[in-house]
Design a protein around this ligand. Structure first.
Ligand SMILES: [Zn+2]
Length: 321
């Protein structure tokens, strides 16, 4: 008997409605206001940050962190970026004019190097249990597509990651069982969908939307986390909803393949179903492309990290590929 079912078009509608609600709330405006306090770094500085700290997510100067009630931990090594040196001079009309006359290196620190007050977030980690043993079932799905799943203690609030090169998914040990199920579903979507994928923001939207569909079908409500996660990566409510529509087919097919595999794992006839998860990659590769670009709705990165393509919101899963 099928316990999970495989097609849930209404769940994606719920996701879109939840995102629309969240992004019209005061909580969302507060979040955006907070994000705007982070500096937007130039492309050159983004490269400098990434070369010194590939996992950096939120970067600010020593005093900027103090203003956010966080302190840089003793002994942390600064990341060095270039800041313009400005000179004031009077133009011919006697007006003051500021000009750049050089650059100097200034130290900044990633959030992971700081302690203190939690930053406002629109993603709340799940605190539920996993009475039906879904984590083990999803581990089997991962195994069937050639990925090992490892428990790992991440620093900096990362919940999980997926390496196509190593065929390995890692899931944060300290999180609740329900959060770990959601993370594994998210990373499985990355494993199936994003081996060759240049758009990090869209990859995160697809992975979390797939995890949302899977978890809803399994009776785990991830809305407190997923709505905010998708909206922050997509750049707000309307672009998020347009991108979900654009990727609807990919999300549905991936969720269906994973859920289908779980059903058969439950019946201990794993081989057949697990191959259905494997074939999803071929199906998606042969035409299941995202169509949001056509509609001119390419998502952007999360507010506060423009151009920082290795960065994400502060408390999130991380894709490594
Ligand atoms: Zn991800």
């Amino acid at each position: 008997m099928t316990t999970t079912g495989t097609h849930h078009p209404e769940i994606l509608d719920q996701l879109a409605a939840g995102i629309a609600n969240l992004t019209s709330s005061r909580q969302w405006r507060h979040y955006l206001d907070f994000q705007s306090r982070f500096h937007h770094y130039s492309f050159g500085n983004v490269l400098l940050i990434a070369s010194q700290c590939p996992g950096a997510t939120r970067v600010a100067g020593f005093h900027a962190w103090r203003k956010l009630n966080r302190t840089v931990r003793k002994g942390e090594k600064a990341l060095w970026i270039l800041a313009p040196m400005m000179r004031r001079r009077s133009d011919t009309d006697g007006e003051d004019e500021r000009t750049v006359w050089g650059f100097k290196f200034v130290p900044v620190f990633d959030i992971d190097q700081t302690d203190g007050e939690e930053l406002p977030s629109v993603c709340v980690r799940l605190d539920g249990d996993d009475p039906a043993g879904r984590l083990d079932q999803l581990r089997e799905v991962a195994r069937s597509i050639g990925f090992t799943v490892m428990d790992h203690e991440f620093s900096g609030g990362t919940n999980g990651d997926c390496s196509h090169e190593l065929h390995r998914i890692r899931v944060e040990t300290a999180n609740s069982p329900a959060q770990r199920v959601k993370t594994l579903a998210h990373e499985l979507a990355h494993a199936l969908l994003h081996e060759q994928f240049g758009d990090r923001a869209l990859a995160e939207l697809e992975a979390e939307s797939t995890a949302y569909v899977i978890c809803q079908a399994l009776g785990i409500d991830t809305s407190g986390y997923s709505f905010g996660y998708v909206a922050t990566w997509a750049g707000g409510g309307d672009p998020a909803i347009a991108s979900i529509k654009g990727s609807c087919d990919r999300i549905q097919k991936t969720a269906a393949a994973i859920l289908g595999s779980i059903d058969v794992v439950g019946q201990e006839e794993g081989v057949e179903a697990l191959s259905s998860a494997e074939t999803i990659r071929a199906t998606l590769a042969s035409g299941g492309t995202h169509s949001a670009d056509i509609a001119g709705t390419t998502p952007r990165g999360p507010p506060g990290t423009a151009g920082l393509d290795t960065a994400g919101p502060p408390v999130h899963d991380q894709l490594i590929s």
